[in-house]
Design a protein around this ligand. Structure first.
Ligand SMILES: O=C(O)[C@H](O)[C@@H](O)[C@H](O)[C@H](O)COP(=O)(O)O
Length: 240
């Protein structure tokens, strides 16, 4: 495993030779942070993202020997579909993370059937705010359009969800061309995490990250809101 480690003002880059090496290192790093939280507070909270990138990491994390019964897992964002739907992040987490030793973890869904998107967001916010905040660990992904969480360029509530003073913990957002509306943690809940990680893989996303680290409008590349407002160095895990 090769990990280069340079720390800019707000980001710490950790590059690996392979997705396999990255998954092992990130699983160990997250497990360490959760174990430290359990040691100091008797419990730990973890919010993870969906997509295809995290699957190997989830599998490695699920095997980590920590007191999973004291960990509560939730989602950074969720499509407004049922937990059995193929696009559900709840389903993704159940299939790839809440297995093996991590099967003992508690899980708080972000989306539960509600009258409309706004009530779904309000109900989700209540569940999130009932957890021991701030999150001990938040793991983000990124799309090649520069979105993270469900902070999509052109999203209906993008200005609100990326506002560092956003009063809500969870909001609904509709992205142009998306199959369904989404629920997303808002920026404050993300940047206050004890350990904040951005996990990306591939040359295309490496180039998008480089562009996002340049000066430019946040709304065009919403991941910039996290890069610029993170309260402690954001750990960026990358593999080819
Ligand atoms: O629900 C989601 O899809 C994620 O929360 C989203 O923000 C994801 O992290 C990126 O879209 C990257 O997805 P890939 O890993 O599939 O490229």
């Amino acid at each position: 495993m090769k990990a280069t480690n340079n720390v800019d003002a707000q980001v710490r880059h950790l590059d690996f030779d392979s997705g396999t090496a990255l998954a092992a290192a990130l699983a160990s790093r997250v497990a360490q942070a959760l174990a430290e939280a359990i040691e100091s507070r008797g419990q730990a909270t973890l919010a993870v993202s969906g997509g295809s990138t995290p699957k190997r990491f989830f599998a490695e994390l699920s095997k980590q020997p920590i007191s999973w019964g004291k960990v509560t897992v939730t989602l950074v964002d969720e499509r407004m579909v049922g937990p059995e739907h193929e696009r559900s992040n709840h389903r993704l987490a159940s299939q790839h993370l809440l297995q093996n030793r991590a099967a003992d973890a508690g899980f708080v869904p972000l989306h539960m059937k509600s009258e409309n998107a706004e009530s779904a967001a309000a109900n989700a916010a209540e569940r999130i705010e009932a957890l021991a905040l701030p999150f001990d660990v938040v793991v983000l992904g990124m799309g090649t359009d520069g979105h993270t969480a469900s902070f999509f360029p052109g999203g209906t509530t993008l200005a609100q969800v990326t506002d560092p003073a956003c009063p809500a913990s969870v909001m609904a957002i509709e992205a142009p061309g998306a199959d369904e509306p989404r629920l997303t943690l808002t920026l404050p809940r993300i940047i206050e995490a004890g350990l904040l990680v951005l996990h990306i893989e591939g040359e295309a996303k490496r180039a998008v990250l480089a562009s996002a680290l340049e000066p430019g409008p946040e709304q065009a590349m919403p991941v910039r809101a996290v890069l610029r407002q993170a309260k402690r160095p954001l750990e960026i895990y990358w593999a080819p």
